[in-house]
Design a protein around this ligand. Structure first.
Ligand SMILES: [Zn+2]
Length: 197
């Protein structure tokens, strides 16, 4: 893979000029193609003739990806207050702090998304007494894997509503960690906690 430096140049097809033009590599703020945002300070090839971006070099892909992800909206759910308390208590049970709530949720969503048998059982929690209550607190989840995992889990658990899905995952956490105190999951989570601490 060729690595370009600021000031290097190369011939490229410019879509704006509709011809082969010389392009010079520069750091630019580049708008997303759908106009929804801006990738800042990224190395691109700029057409010498019309000053439009004509090359996005491979080496800039990680920067673009990172900025796209950072600007992606988190998954928001409004939940009864006791659900957030369950998550906080679970982190305490694991010997951590409430900072771990995000990772705990992501761990569970990912684990359930890759375990169809368990995923099929979580809808039952929605019928429990703990699933009720006025939605007064907000939980927001953000991450690279979370969107794909949630879509997959919706399909296997047959829970199509995101908030309902989040509620059943929390009640599964309650069942595993606070009621049954499952040693295997607890151990796995303690490892995750140690690795992100
Ligand atoms: Zn051009």
């Amino acid at each position: 893979m060729k690595i370009f430096k600021v000031g290097d140049s190369q011939k490229a097809i410019c879509e704006n000029c509709r011809s082969l033009e010389n392009a010079t590599f520069k750091l630019r703020d580049v708008p997303f193609s759908d106009g929804s945002g801006l990738v800042k300070n990224v190395l691109v090839g700029v057409c010498d003739k019309c000053d439009q971006v004509s090359i996005l070099p491979h080496q800039s892909t990680p920067v673009v990806k990172k900025q796209l992800e950072a600007q992606r909206k988190p998954i928001e759910s409004r939940l009864p207050a006791h659900m957030v308390d369950i998550l906080n208590l679970a982190t305490l049970e694991l010997g951590g702090s409430t900072d771990f709530v995000q990772n705990l949720m992501k761990f569970y969503i990912h684990k359930l998304a890759s375990d169809e048998r368990s995923a099929k059982t979580i809808a039952r929690f929605l019928k429990s007494e703990l699933a009720k209550g006025k939605a007064e607190k907000r939980l927001s989840l953000k991450g690279r894997q979370i969107y794909a995992d949630i879509e997959l889990l919706k399909a296997t658990s047959r829970i199509s509503n995101t908030t309902d899905l989040i509620k059943s995952v929390i009640l599964k956490i309650n069942d595993d960690l606070l009621i049954k105190k499952e040693p295997k999951t607890t151990r796995q989570l303690k490892d995750v906690m140690a690795s992100v601490a």
